[in-house]
Design a protein around this ligand. Structure first.
Ligand SMILES: [Fe+2]
Ligand SMILES: [Fe+2]
Length: 381
């Protein structure tokens, strides 16, 4: 972080916390609060010159700004305390933020025991709250940042999926944020797949499956040199591939044990239901619709939904099928013991060229081997 940015950030934190103190003392519409909010907007715009997003994370009592520790000044401490009071440990502000949105942040920072405030992310402001109930094994490196994000995003995604199940609109902006967060985390890893290592032991299968597939797909795509919008779309497609399961009765989804023929038939509807839902949702990339539809189709033409005609699957659907197969084998489910890597590699190699795309599967296994190599030094970039 340049000296200039350090000063700007300190000023921004001072302005926000002072505005919050004024809002507590008076109210959010007070002239002084509005003036400070305006000044904070100026500092934010200056910070956006270099990055079009600002990520602030709290790790213990340390504030991290775009992956760099922030000096422990009084404004930084006040800011941390305010976030802590609200159970927030991650904050993302993106370019284009409105005055009103920043005022919303000030409102949250001003919250006290007698002034409860609802915490809602908005278009340019994202709040992450980490629940510590999730057990994540592994050392801090590699992928410590991704651990933090993935744990909170898994919860967040669950909320988004629950809303879909309840008939509400899909919060596409929120899903975008999750994918962008993963891609941003990967920028600091020489090998994106290394970042997945600590996540493999997360065991709440249903919660984390979509985030796992997203990370695995991004890693696959990056290893093939895919960047930019296509990379984001592949991540989004992964995140949404199983959205059709929200329309499958919960007792079938959660059933521990073999499904009956009827139940299996219902379960097999989820690709069509998901694609249909995504097709009707404005703003969803076509690739996500295609992937939701095709992710259970197999390379050799088997799988479902069945097509009357020869069908060429999109590369992203092949990648998702590979990530899906790996995650299902690697994740410990209530009714199925997790397998070790040798078993998984053997099975996947046997499936390469039949159920799974051969070249993509071999590429995936090469990534796995790098991950599991005991000589691989941790990437601390
Ligand atoms: Fe699926
Ligand atoms: Fe899946």
């Amino acid at each position: 972080m340049s000296l200039r940015d350090k000063d700007r950030l300190e000023k921004l934190l001072r302005l926000l916390t002072t505005a919050a103190a004024n809002a507590t003392l008076y109210n959010l519409e007070h002239l002084q609060v509005l003036r400070l909010n305006k000044q904070a907007m100026v500092e934010l715009q200056a910070l956006f010159c270099k990055n079009d997003e600002i990520n602030l994370k709290m790790i213990d009592n340390l504030l991290i700004y775009n992956n760099q520790p922030v000096p422990e000044t009084p404004p930084a401490r006040r800011f941390i305390d305010a976030l802590k009071r609200n159970g927030i440990n991650f904050l993302r502000i993106t370019a284009g933020i409105y005055n009103e949105e920043l005022l919303g942040l000030i409102n949250i920072l001003s919250k006290s025991a007698d002034r409860p405030v609802a915490i809602n992310s908005s278009e340019h402001l994202y709040f992450g709250q980490l629940e510590v109930r999730r057990r994540v094994q592994g050392s801090l490196f590699p992928g410590w940042e991704l651990q933090q994000i993935a744990a909170q995003e898994a919860d967040h995604l669950l909320e988004i999926y629950d809303a879909v199940r309840a008939g509400e609109n899909l919060d596409l902006t929120a899903v975008h944020h999750i994918v962008d967060g993963f891609i941003a985390s990967f920028h600091h890893q020489k090998d994106a797949f290394m970042a997945f290592a600590p996540l493999r032991s997360m065991d709440e299968y249903t919660y984390t499956h979509s985030t796992n597939i997203c990370i695995l797909n991004i890693a696959q795509a990056q290893s093939l040199g895919i960047e930019g919008k296509l990379l984001t779309d592949i991540g989004l497609a992964a995140m949404l591939h199983d959205v059709g399961k929200m329309f499958v009765p919960h007792d079938i989804l959660a059933k521990a044990g073999q499904l009956s023929e009827t139940e299996w038939h219902i379960m097999q509807q989820h690709p069509v239901l998901g694609a249909d839902y995504l097709l009707k949702t404005p703003g969803v990339p076509r690739l996500a619709v295609v992937t939701a539809y095709e992710h259970h189709m197999r390379y050799d033409g088997t799988g479902y939904p069945r097509s009357e005609h020869p069908w060429t699957q999109h590369l992203c659907s092949h990648m998702t099928a590979i990530s899906d197969a790996y995650d299902a084998m690697r994740t410990h489910r209530a009714y199925d013991e997790a397998m070790d890597l040798d078993q998984i590699t053997t099975i996947m190699l046997n499936l390469a060229g039949t159920k799974l795309h051969p070249q993509l599967t071999r590429n995936f296994i090469a990534m796995l081997r790098r991950l599991e190599s005991p000589d691989q030094p941790p990437d601390t970039c």
